[in-house]
Design a binder for this molecule. Sequence first.
Ligand code: GLY
Length: 562
Amino acid sequence: MKTPKRIPLLALLFLLSIFKISAQTYAKNGMVVSSNLESSKVGRTILQQGGNAIDAAVATAFSLAVTLPSAGNIGGGGFIVFMDSIGKTTTIDFREKAPLAATNDMYLNKDGELVKGSNHTSIKAIGVPGTVAGLYMAHKKYGKLPWKDLVQPAIDQAKNGFIFNWSLYRAAQRFTKEGNDNAFMDAYFRKENGAVLEPGDNWKQPQLAATLTAIRDKGKDGFYKGEVAKKIALWMKENGGIITKKDLKKYEAIERKPIEGTYKGYTIYSMPPPSSGGVALVEMMNLMEQADLKDIEFNSTAYVHLVAEAMRRAFADRAEHLGDADFNLDMPLEKLTSKEFAKQRFKGIDMKKASVSDSTKFGQLYDGQNTTHFSVLDKDGNAVSLTYTLEYSYGSRMGSEELGFIFNNEMGDFNPQPGITKGNGQIGTAPNLVAPEKRMLSSMSPTIVAKDGKPYLVIGSPGGRTIINTVFQTVLGVLEYEMRIDKAIEALKIHHQWLPDIIRYEKHLLSPDTRDALESMGHTLKPTNNLGSLMGITWDAENKVMTGASDSSSPDGGAAGY
Ligand code: GLY
């Protein structure tokens, strides 16, 4: 019965493989979806050359460090969730670390008050970068092609240049504006003759190319030891920073067991601490499983209420319990991700009335969109879900001109003031206080959902703490509401993070009637322009059809398949 159907399907796939149809692309042999289409194509070329999903992910990550310097990086950190072709799943933690000289009062003045901005905008906001170590570990353990072949495309892009796009131009305008006092960022977006780069210009980054060349030739040591490390340490010292050669030399990526959950027959794999993403995602999916969703229409009042109540609870637990696993040995991960816990938690949800977040306890701040995620699937069914970040857009906005890359400001993800939790969302709980060599708590949620032991959905997003919720709603859209991946990515998103006790919703996506109904239940609503920028792939393993979709909120993003 199946044979006659295969011919038109293959013909269709061929046609679809050469056209990008709206934000969605089909492929048969491999797919990369990232926030920059040129970088997705770099990953696709690696797949076509016989590389596996890890090889393609490494090449894409280095390429994004060139094409998307707001978040793509070698000066930051992140996480990989990897499922191989036989269904074995693991994660690689390459989150930044606090330097050895860090202390839990390093952002306070002598009166114990938080010095405004010190944990986000000073040189002491920079954590020890993890990206190069993470990519190197991923390649060493699971890659196939030579390391050099994976770094070379990024070197070529940095050395020969690529077309300066509109998003870069907008950043260039901002950083070169009259009155901007950041000399590093001002110079970053100028040509040799001093003029500001414009859309359509060929942007070359020779210093970054040289740093990448050291990484290509010496692997991890090309960044953490030798000339590059020496220059980082010197630049730190000259500018009042605290990261030393010893910090760099000691940095190691860590392979960790994924957080695992189930949802109606699917298995969810996501990132464990130091990311809170996996625990919160599984907790929320478990809560949704308790509800009778067949009677709850997508986007209805009941849907938004229930989703927001699930978020409220997961974020309260996140604030109370989660931090770096190596410093918090007693985190109740099993309990938080168990069906029994969800059952108890669900009993507290009143479907007619909003709960109240207790502002005398814990809370979290709302962050912007300054991270980047990409998804990769190869012909054998190896899948990579990778999210990495500099924290703010363009991170600390600091770096050594000689090295050509930007450092993160990830120390801002620690709780800055021990014991002080405020109604505005600043928290002071112990699990996520600063300590030497500790990793700061993250919300990054690279996720793979499996069906019958094979990847079914590969997904993730930028967006600070909104990441957890945008990934949650996309997973729910695909699994529960049977949405095609591009529809689930574009569909309404809301965000609630316990404190502040507000539902943020994407403007124009909630009807006035729904808003009135939610307000009368006790919810406070606030519109926002956009939540998340999801990059995802679904796989119909039986028919060998990959569907990739990039969020329209990333205008330069795209799926590259073959
Ligand atoms: N810097 C954003 C996060 O790690 O969640």
